[in-house]
Design a binder for this molecule. Structure first.
Ligand code: ADP
Ligand code: F6P
Length: 324
């Protein structure tokens, strides 16, 4: 437990996610409400090392709750893994009077937060990633918006795919995690959902299934492919050659990471941001906020990083039953 917070810093790190602005706004307003000064650190740990730090007031976060991206910008800062660079980061926080820090990002960003906590800067992490790949929490900022964007895109691809009686492979983001693919596949009624966690790379089974379904009169075949599986263009060529069915690959890409956040991302991100400041005010450090079974809770960062997350098996089994 640390001492009373006088000045709080906030940064976003890793991939941006819709809803990060809502979290920043909540951090700033909650802190100001408690009489704490707030400094925004630009471009994550990279901006911290460059001392790209600005004072924030209530007005600096007005008109941002509805915007995608992050007004604080974000970056990857590979050198922050080094101990002497982390020492410098903590030193810069002290120089700017920052005695509490909210880090909005993913697991990598939390490792940086833990390193600063170890060096006496009270830190709390807020899970922000479209990938939903943070084990300690059922919700991460941006997933809901990203999966809605992906779902709408797949609906559009499906219209043209059906009109041309084609097979479509649609690749969604998620790094090595298949949560976006699973949710999107269920929401779009896809014939196949390929994820790193479950795909057995048996392409021949998919080919047989396409031929079988076409013979039964099916006009389209939608395959949602997770980024971690990848190779969508190669797969399309092989499937077309083996089935004779025209096959196209669509890689949705960064469109999934942008756009105005959904109500869930605005409200939950606001709650995460507020809870992070409440924790710092209570003297906590080295914590990460989380949503579990509908409750807003917090964990020790190392404990959270050691947790494992898998796809929801019931949902995965259901997706197979509903698509075949
Ligand atoms: P995410 O936070 O979304 O998981 P990254 O894995 O890219 O994204 O991490 C974001 C940033 O967090 C990195 O660019 C780096 O600055 C910092 N970071 C990542 N891993 C570590 C680590 N082991 N120790 C300290 N900082 C780290
Ligand atoms: O973590 C979010 C994410 O969009 C992943 O889904 C994707 O693998 C990665 O970031 C892409 O990162 P970059 O912006 O560095 O290309």
């Amino acid at each position: 437990m640390g001492n009373k917070i006088n000045t709080l810093g906030v940064l976003t790190s890793g991939g941006d996610a819709p809803g990060m602005n809502a979290a920043i706004r909540a951090v700033v307003r909650t802190a100001l409400h408690a009489g704490i000064k707030v400094k925004g650190i630009l471009r994550g740990y990279a901006g911290l090392l460059e001392e790209d730090i600005m004072d924030m007031d209530a007005k600096s976060v007005s008109d941002i709750i509805q915007r995608g991206g992050t007004v604080l910008y974000t970056a990857r800062c590979p050198e922050f893994v080094h101990s002497e660079i982390q020492d410098r980061g903590a030193e810069i926080c002290r120089k700017h009077g920052i005695d509490g820090l909210v880090v909005i990002g993913g697991d990598g960003s939390f490792k940086g937060a833990a390193a600063l906590a170890k060096r006496g800067v009270n830190t709390v992490g807020v899970p922000g990633t479209i990938d939903l790949d943070i084990a300690c929490t059922d919700y991460t900022i941006g997933f809901d918006t990203a999966v809605n964007t992906a779902m709408e895109t797949v609906d559009r691809v499906r219209d043209t795919s059906t009109s041309h009686e084609r097979c479509s492979i649609i690749e969604v983001m998620g790094r090595m995690a298949g949560h976006i693919a699973l949710w999107c596949g269920i929401a779009n009624g896809a014939e196949e959902i390929l994820t790193v966690e479950r795909y057995d790379y048996d392409e021949q089974r998919i080919i047989n299934s396409i031929i079988e379904k076409r013979n039964l009169g099916k006009k389209h075949y939608i395959i949602i492919n997770a980024e971690g599986v990848g190779d969508s263009n190669g797969m399309a060529k092989r499937i077309e050659a083996a089935t004779g069915m025209e096959t196209r690959a669509t890689i949705i890409g960064y469109a999934q990471r942008g756009g105005s956040p959904t109500v869930m991302d605005r409200v939950y991100a606001s709650t995460f941001g507020t809870k992070a400041v409440d924790l710092l005010i209570s003297g906590a450090s080295n914590r990460v906020v989380a949503l579990n079974n509908g409750q807003f809770v917090d964990y020790d960062i190392q404990e959270a990083l050691a947790m494992k997350k898998d796809l929801n098996q019931y949902m995965y089994d259901m997706s197979i039953r509903l698509s075949r």
